[in-house]
Design a protein around this ligand. Sequence first.
Ligand SMILES: Cc1cc2nc3c(=O)[nH]c(=O)nc-3n(C[C@H](O)[C@H](O)[C@H](O)COP(=O)(O)OP(=O)(O)OC[C@H]3O[C@@H](n4cnc5c(N)ncnc54)[C@H](O)[C@@H]3O)c2cc1C
Length: 362
Amino acid sequence: MGFQVSVEPGRHSFQAESDETILEAALRQGLSLPYGCRNGFCGSCRGKVLTGGVEHGAAPVEVLSNADRAAGFALFCCAMARSDLRIESREVRSFEDIPIRTLPARVQRLTRAAPDVMIVELKLAANERLQFLAGQYVDILLKDGRRRAFSLANAPHADTCLQLHIRHAPGGQFTTQVFETMKERDILRLRGPLGTFILREESPKPMLLIAGGTGFAPIKAIVEHAVAETNARPMHIYWGGRQRADLYLLQLAEQWPVEHAHIRFTPVLSDATTADRWNGRRGLVHEVAMADHPDLSEHQAYVCGSPAMVAAARQDFVARCRLPAEEFFADSFEFAADTLNAMVTSPHPASRADALSLPSGS
Ligand SMILES: Cc1cc2nc3c(=O)[nH]c(=O)nc-3n(C[C@H](O)[C@H](O)[C@H](O)COP(=O)(O)OP(=O)(O)OC[C@H]3O[C@@H](n4cnc5c(N)ncnc54)[C@H](O)[C@@H]3O)c2cc1C
């Protein structure tokens, strides 16, 4: 049986089933309420029930006392609706609302999605969840203090595991470890959530989403989040790679327009081989998008991938397709700062231009 829950002061509302927690219901429908552990221990999801009745479920009495309950407080990660509700809770609308944390995570599963792409699923400790917004990334903290950035590929409502799509950077310190020695149950340390590459939910404009190679990871998170919150803004997603194998989750992306009339998807290859038997679009992914959308003056663009691709898209969308500069959002897969420093101080540094040509995308 479903109940209507309206949230003050944001005035958003959602449906909650009687066998799910209020937080689960909110996240399932794309509404981000604050949370930490999702087990009743951290108290981050505490809020007030203004009208209506709840069952407090597994809320520990040490965290939510009987006096708290009598005063109308609840832990929304434990409480379940027993009638229509009006609740008081802050809504997490911006990355600034979310604390950045350092947490251990266990490697739950390693899936080789392409010869040089590993999908790594990470599980936090039993009483931990990481709150984040779709499109953000985490830093993996290496033992020597260096850090490596990877986008979260899952949407916040599907956070049982954190999913990373990791491309092997030849000679790279961390990504070589992922491909050669990492095993399931290994422990990593991560810090996050980080970054501002998130869906601007207040805008009604149609969206162009451009991914190069593993730049697909945050685009996937954003699309899955938008679908969950039934955001029906038109989305045209372009995913570019060199060869067919670079589009390592092609079937998943092809399914989006089948299930959602407001989504279009166009895969693009820049160097298809005969073995690819490619009948689709060819060229640089952002140029194919411009050919389809010569006028971007009423759009927003979300672009993620190699620094070269992001820079070209920024330049061309604004200069040639009249995209307002403030409607361009991007995450550029730069190397970590320590790598750049090493390259600059090396006696034979690779040129920056060489270094920026990713082995995928455009
Ligand atoms: C915000 C952000 C999000 C990111 N998200 C992702 C993601 O979701 N998936 C993903 O695969 N990558 C992502 N990256 C890029 C990723 O962080 C780097 O590829 C990674 O740091 C490489 O670490 P490493 O220790 O293996 O290489 P390093 O030891 O840092 O580098 C060693 C050598 O590897 C090469 N190299 C390093 N990085 C790259 C690169 N990106 N492309 C080509 N050659 C490289 C260079 O030759 C370098 O000299 C992201 C980067 C940023 C800034």
